[in-house]
Design a protein. Structure first.
Length: 179
């Protein structure tokens, strides 16, 4: 039986130190690094539409909207969410830690990770209120929102529906998201 090569674990410090040598972003999971997929034109269009829809609300609420910014979760995970809303500054300039809203733009290839590993990891962030999965290859937006008792509520909208967000306080019309 053939054996797979052993991959040496990278420390978090080594991951951050090696970042300048990388040509594209890599996520860090328990000592291993994984390159982000190149965004498709529909992915970029949806992200740009979401920025245009959310930025005015974020400005009114005096929060920040970030993309292509690292999010450190716990001691051994670093992700690059497609978008995140933050209500407080990070004590570390290399990454964010305190999002209230996380948005992942899903493809057929990333959906399993976005609704599995990332969902479970993101739910461990104490201040996270909302996790939004926006599908780029079909009109579907899935919302998971933390309730007052810490339980998560699921809502989905497809085709011409709308999704109401608590933070920032706004409604996302799918016609505008997928314009």
């Amino acid at each position: 039986m053939a054996r797979l090569p052993r991959l040496d674990a990278l420390s978090l410090a080594e991951y951050f130190a090696s970042e300048a040598n990388r040509s594209r972003p890599y996520e860090y999971l328990d000592g291993q690094v994984y390159p982000l997929a190149e965004p498709s034109p529909s992915h970029e269009r949806i992200r740009d539409n979401l920025v245009a829809l959310l930025q005015p609300k974020v400005n009114l609420e005096r929060t920040r909207l970030e993309h292509l910014r690292k999010l450190k979760v716990g001691h051994n995970r670093v992700y690059y969410p497609d978008l995140m809303v933050l209500s407080q500054p990070s004590p570390n300039p290399q990454f964010e830690e305190f999002p209230t809203l996380l948005i992942e733009i899903c493809t057929w290839e990333t959906e399993r990770i976005d609704r599995g590993e990332k969902l479970l990891t993101y739910q461990s962030i104490p201040g996270l209120i909302t996790y939004l999965m926006v599908h780029s290859e079909r009109r579907l937006v899935e919302l998971l929102e933390r309730g007052l008792r810490g339980n998560w509520q699921y809502t989905a909208a497809g085709n011409t529906g709308a999704i109401e967000l608590y933070s920032p306080n706004t409604t996302l019309d799918l016609e505008e998201v997928y314009r």
